[in-house]
Ligand binder design. Sequence first.
Ligand code: ACO
Length: 328
Amino acid sequence: MASVIIAGVGSYVPTKILTNEDLAKLVDTSDEWIVSRSGIKERHIAADDEATSDMAIKCAQAALLDAGIKAEEIDLLIVATCTPDYLLPSTACVVQHQLGVLPHATCFDISAACSGFLYALEIAYGQLLTGRYKCALIVGSEKLSSIIDWSDRTTCVLFGDGAGAAVLKKVDQPGIGIIGSDLGADGAMRELLYMPAGGSRCPASPQTIANKDHFLRMKGKEVFKHAVRVMEKVAREMVEQHHLTLDQINLVIPHQANIRIIEALASNLGLPLERFYINLDRYGNTSAATIPIALDEARRAGKIKPGDYTLLVAFGAGLTYGSTLIRW
Ligand code: ACO
């Protein structure tokens, strides 16, 4: 029996840091409000001329280096993002060209917002197992600052920019790497978190710009409740499906949206908060990039050892959600 392993990971965040104090100069907010309601202290913001693909390339280079794999060896490249460089072509094609991935590679983006990295993992896992592809590069990269209304205090304090990547390959060893995943979506809740204009339903026009319809809109309280419920559900299901107990999970890497969501999840699962990797205080919510950035940091910090079980859990616009179980 073969397995699909994560052979390398990498991450990148832009250099510019925007603190809560900086935000308090832009909108009517305070460090105290932001920290107490979300746990976020600062976030990184991409330069004006730095696009999602630029960040994707930097984290991808780090992941390739970590895996000891050359760009030419990649034959499947997936970018998970809700802030692509363009509506077309895909950001994956931009990354492919700049990174030196060969033209025979299959390259595409996926749109699953904050759950995007887990969706990409599942697709790559399945494709590698079939033997159709040999080596996959998956990236979660987001320039959320480009779709944030910087005059809306209910959203602008929560998000940041960044990117994370993983290199995946098949190995002839059973029971390691990606053990399983459980993904879902509930499109009935799509308008809890969305960007109204710029797509085919409502193309860009002077009116959409005047209405600020090209910015993210969110019903925070509803998203919060749904997030806690679905993340608990998929975390439990994943562990049960693989005949494990939650106690056997060495590290949970949750989507980094709000410390209160993570605290509620930990409490509902009956796990100590120390079992969760948390870095949202430094980056805010970077959507599809939160999990690979956290994975990269956790590995570098020595929090993941051979034989460990790591559970990735996410939710995002759609509303999408998912969990992925990994054994190292
Ligand atoms: N500073 C100061 N006051 C604020 C701010 C701010 N930045 N934002 C809102 N307020 C005010 C509100 O106007 C409200 O005032 P009112 O009572 O006078 O009306 C008050 O603070 C409380 O607002 P609530 O919305 O009730 O605050 P809540 O405790 O629900 O926290 C938050 C809001 C942080 C958005 C929370 O609901 C949340 O995190 N939800 C989940 C959001 C999320 O995870 N989104 C990411 C999804 S992932 C993806 O796909 C991108």
